[in-house]
Design a protein around this ligand. Structure first.
Ligand code: SF4
Length: 664
């Protein structure tokens, strides 16, 4: 290990940089995004590296137990089982789950194996966080990604945060919002809960859950009525405006839907439309709904009619969850896209890859998404770096079905998903390997090796090259060689190299050639749609989950600052667990009194989908009529809804009608 290795935080998608030294973390003061700061998770990032629970050897299931096997045996068995499934049942019988925690190079090779053996049944955790962003922004703007860098927030004069508790979930982003506030920018937060993010707000819109479209359409109604829209931008840069009819969304009607005052809706509309540069920031409070795609569409409509996009400080910022969600999707670890956002339905685009890969026919049409896999008649499932059993409600409830197929899990810990596997392959953690990660702002950063993996654990890229060789494919096994192939497969990455991605702060795609400086602001002169114009698309409010006498409350789910995703990493950090040790449910004091619950009680929360125990935290910050549970604990996923946004196959993870009572 060198004395001081630059790296990138393995947790959220902000992409904070720091150094790993022999004595621990050293802050990277000149990183463009975090400027030397790290949140509690980033500060605890090294806890996982030498953790006693790390997987050290390949293991094969024998009955209910495990035996240690050699890499040779493990890889031969994997290839043999995959080939058997292909021979007996065809490519429809196999599926792959990539990882938003693995590098671009690893996800690229992983999806390439899937496609070369004939299936588009490959997905990653983006399905459960930003698949509606992919569908809506690709259709409307041409590029499904953040339009501006995080640092641009400091240049905004009005920031609308909707469905995002970034002060806890992407804490370092908050510093750029505070900088904007110091310059006099207005901050609007639309969220049913009083979160630490809401404390940043000049105007907190504590709307009813699931009423975001009504709020946005209400703001558009005010903007059009008062003539605050940007007519020249609409005329020159967009299409579809004539179809945008929001005349029904008067402030009074929207007030009755959202529970907000009409005055606050008008104020929010004026602040957003009149500012010289406004930004919309959203996260899973927008996307994790059956109307997630429509929610994102509504946000983009608002930005487009005001011309608040394509300039420094003016744009749409979907905040991704895991550190490489954007990159895993850019690389095509998705059931509906090949690398470079080539649609699985576009045979002309697929043909370009077929030539690059020197392959025969490649599969066409959407494969199985993560939620569909348990119910499919699979013979073989290959999971790389995802604890789907604890992060996906459909899989959680159907975990038994996964045992019917031969399952391989490539992981750093024995997660609940790995416990179901027939073969467990020990992988290197992020700081024990090399490659690139792409943060939420399209920033591609090269990560260097700071140490060796424990035992016989190996970098995923080595494992994938070995698997490919056993299937008859010749894959590169060095990250730089894979990146060189990505240069050809993914147009936005054409000029990205170890040199520019390894410079401080990396480089922001699109980067069309090696000397290009990167493109922090998208859509400055034209949108990346075929005709260069953005598409305005009308969407309408439809009520989501309703309460009933049986389920009189609405359960909201989300994150807390100390944990991350399914908790497979943060739950192994003593410092983080000490401060946030157990499953809890936030309850408004009025609801607590109504249902006989006291602070600290063990309670049962029950939805139409299941029941879970949790510790009650009674707090006036929770909106009356709602509960909140963090999804880092398995119980929350067991009671979440399975209803889907059919455009993006996104489950309704955010809200469910429920009841609460003391456990005894
Ligand atoms: S904000 Fe995100 S990337 Fe930065 S330190 Fe925290 S978890 Fe890591």
């Amino acid at each position: 290990m060198s004395a001081r290795t630059p790296t990138v935080c393995p947790y959220c998608a902000v992409g904070c940089g720091f150094y790993i030294t022999r004595s621990g973390i050293e802050y990277m003061q000149d990183h463009p995004v975090n400027e030397g700061s790290l949140c509690p998770k980033g500060n605890a990032a090294l806890d996982v590296l030498n953790h006693v629970d790390r997987l050290r050897y390949p293991m094969m299931r024998i009955g209910d137990g495990w035996i240690r096997v050699s890499w040779e045996e493990a890889l031969d068995r994997l290839a043999e089982e995959m080939k058997r499934a292909l021979r007996e049942m065809g490519p429809k019988s196999i599926a792959f789950l990539g990882s938003a925690k693995c590098t671009n190079e690893e996800n690229y090779l992983f999806q390439k194996i899937a496609r070369l053996v004939g299936t588009n049944s490959i997905d990653n955790s983006a399905r459960r966080c930003h698949s509606p962003t992919i569908v809506a922004l690709r259709r409307m703007l041409g590029t499904p990604a953040m339009t501006n860098p995080i640092t641009d927030l400091a240049l905004s004069d009005c920031i609308l945060l909707i469905g995002s508790n970034l002060a806890e979930n992407h804490p370092v982003v908050a510093r750029w919002i505070l900088r904007a506030r110091d310059r006099g920018a207005a901050v609007i937060v639309a969220d049913p809960r009083v979160t630490p993010t809401a404390w940043l707000a000049d105007l907190h819109l504590q709307l009813n859950p699931g009423t975001d479209i009504a709020l946005i359409n209400g703001m558009i109604n005010v903007i059009l009525r008062e003539g605050l829209e940007n007519r020249s931008f609409i005329k020159e840069r967009t299409g579809g405006f004539e179809e945008l009819d929001v005349s029904d969304y008067t402030p009074d009607r929207v007030s009755s839907i959202t529970g907000l005052s009409a005055g606050d809706i008008v104020r929010a509309a004026r602040l957003y439309a009149k500012s010289s540069a406004s930004t919309i920031v959203y996260c899973m409070g927008i996307t994790q709904h059956t109307c997630g795609t429509d929610n994102v569409t509504a946000c983009a409509n608002l930005a487009l009619i005001c011309g608040q996009i394509g300039r420094p400080g003016a744009g749409i910022l979907p905040l991704r969850g895991q550190n490489n969600v954007q990159g895993a999707c850019d690389m095509g670890a998705l059931a509906d896209f090949y690398p470079g956002w080539r649609s699985v339905d576009d045979s002309r685009e697929i043909d370009e890859l077929r030539r690059l890969w020197n392959a025969g026919a490649l599969p066409v049409g959407r494969g199985l998404t993560a939620d569909m896999m348990p119910d499919a008649d699979l013979r073989f499932l290959y999971v790389m770096g995802e604890d789907i059993v604890n992060s996906d409600p459909t899989v959680s409830r159907r975990r038994g079905k996964l045992k019917r197929c031969f399952m391989v899990v490539q992981e750093i810990f024995m997660t609940d998903t790995a416990k179901l596997a027939d073969l467990v392959l020990p992988a290197a953690a992020w700081a024990e390997k090399e490659g690139t990660f792409t943060s939420t702002e399209r920033r591609v950063q090269w990560v260097s090796r700071a140490g060796e993996p424990p035992g016989e654990a190996r970098p995923d890229i080595w494992i994938l090259a070995e698997v490919a060789a056993r299937l008859g494919f010749d894959f590169p096994s060095e990250p730089e060689e894979v990146l060189a192939e990505i240069n050809q497969a993914v147009p936005a990455y054409r000029g990205i190299s170890r040199r520019n991605a390894g410079a401080r702060g990396g480089i922001i795609w699109p980067c069309p050639h090696p000397d290009h400086p990167g493109t922090p602001v998208l859509h400055a002169e034209r949108f990346s749609t075929p005709d260069g114009r953005a598409r305005i698309s009308p969407v309408h409010h439809t009520p989501l989950e309703r309460t009933s006498p049986e389920h009189p409350l609405i359960l909201l789910t989300g994150r807390v600052v100390l944990h991350y995703n399914s908790g497979s990493m943060t739950m192994r950090s003593e410092g983080l667990v000490k401060r946030e040790p157990e499953m809890h449910v936030d309850v408004n004091p009025d609801d607590a009194a109504r249902f006989g619950v006291a602070d600290g009680d063990t309670v049962v929360v029950e939805t139409g989908w299941g029941r879970a125990r949790a510790r009650a935290r009674v707090t006036p910050r929770q909106k009356r009529g709602t509960l909140f549970m963090p999804f880092h604990f398995p119980e929350t996923n067991l009671i979440a809804s399975e209803l889907l946004d059919r455009n993006a196959m996104m489950p309704e993870l955010k809200i469910a009608a429920c009841r609460i009572g003391r456990a005894d």
